[in-house]
Design a protein around this ligand. Structure first.
Ligand SMILES: Nc1ncnc2c1ncn2[C@@H]1O[C@H](COP(=O)(O)OP(=O)(O)OP(=O)(O)O)[C@@H](O)[C@H]1O
Length: 334
């Protein structure tokens, strides 16, 4: 049987390494496995896209990095999350507070999740900065205006005095990006940041994020269910299904040489420019719910290439080619 080869790091510097992460939720009736044995790396200055259908565990995986999951029914059963060699899962709340918003920032689909409607933008941005940097309020506001300019918000001094509800969705998302950059975050996790925006604003925000990455050298994890967005922004892509990463590769390889039947189906069902048929192919069936996950590979009930082994156990990921891993029994030779 193939053994797992170490991923080819190509001398790139690892910023974040998630190893064998398992996240469960305890309910009255059962323990639900939301994330199972997930491992991936994020290199300095790159964008990793995480893609998969709703409920596959993208957000829970990424929120675990900063232990952001609400509620006391969450169990980090196993795994390690090394951010610059610190295991964030083992940190106290106080130590995590130091990292949140400074080293690692999380941008949500709906910025109002993070912005307080009762305070002005200037108040919130400057206080977020002053949590991590010892400067006067006046100096902080000056820096805030500078960063609002960076995210191309016109009249930044006027915007600093406004309340979040008086800004458009696109403007609020720009404010969130400015807040992530002002503290010099090394890793920005963007969770469907453009899904709620219309297409032109979405394109502007994606372009802006790319431009700022060039200037600030930060890394992004970009969570989305939209393969079009992934192909635009990502250097590498991890595909999730049923709480697992089923395939990971650089973006070109993923779109041209995907190996996992789920990835192949996902790419085939994507609207594209040269469509000759009226209908897009769809992957039959639905994503399994957490309390009804099939044994073995969670994709097997929907998979056209299903084999006996797929119903019994989930395969270990193998390195199909340098930098390209896939977890599918088809590629494991006995
Ligand atoms: N607090 C919780 N208690 C129980 N189950 C939860 C809790 N939070 C999330 N889940 C479940 O964990 C699974 C993974 O959720 P997650 O939000 O990571 O999915 P996702 O891939 O990000 O989906 P979406 O694209 O819809 O946001 C889902 O089935 C979700 O219902």
């Amino acid at each position: 049987m193939n053994t797992i080869r170490k991923e080819n790091d190509n001398q790139k510097e690892v910023l974040l390494s998630v190893e064998h992460l398992r996240v469960n939720f305890k309910t009255d009736k059962a323990i639900l496995n939301a994330v199972e044995d997930v491992s991936f790396k994020v290199y300095r200055g790159e964008t990793l896209g995480i893609v998969g259908e709703s409920g596959c565990g993208k957000s829970i995986t990424c929120m675990s990095i900063m232990k952001l999951i609400q509620g006391n029914n969450v169990i980090y059963e196993d795994g390690k999350i090394c951010f610059e060699d610190v295991n964030t899962l083992s940190l106290s709340d106080k130590a995590l507070q130091e990292i949140r918003g400074k080293e690692i920032a999380y941008i949500f689909q709906e910025p109002m999740t993070a912005l307080n409607p009762l305070y002005t933008i200037g108040n919130q941005m400057s206080e977020a900065l002053r949590l991590h940097v010892k400067i006067s309020k006046k100096e902080a506001l000056k820096q805030c205006a500078h960063y609002l300019e960076k995210v191309k918000i016109p009249n930044p001094n006027e915007v600093l005095m406004r309340y979040p509800f008086s800004l458009s969705g696109g403007m609020r998302q720009r404010v969130m990006i400015a807040m992530a950059l002002i503290t010099n975050s090394k890793l920005i996790i963007a969770d469907e940041p453009t899904t709620a925006l219309d297409v032109t604003i979405q394109a502007q925000i994606l372009d802006l994020m790319k431009e700022l990455q060039g200037e600030f050298g930060c890394s992004y994890i970009f969570i989305t269910h939209d393969l079009g967005v992934i192909s635009e922004v990502s250097d590498r892509v991890a595909v999730m299904y049923g709480g697992r990463i089923v395939e990971c590769a650089d973006t070109d390889t993923m779109f041209e040489k995907a190996k996992h039947p789920y990835t192949i189906g996902l790419i085939a069902s994507r609207p594209h420019g040269e469509m000759v048929e009226d209908r897009l192919p769809v992957i039959p069936g639905n994503v399994p719910s957490l309390n009804n996950k099939p044994q073995g590979c969670p994709f097997h009930p929907r998979c056209e290439a299903v084999m006996d082994q797929c119903r019994k156990s989930f395969p270990e990921a193998i390195t199909y080619a340098p930098g390209h891993t896939v977890a599918c029994w088809q590629y494991i030779k006995e």
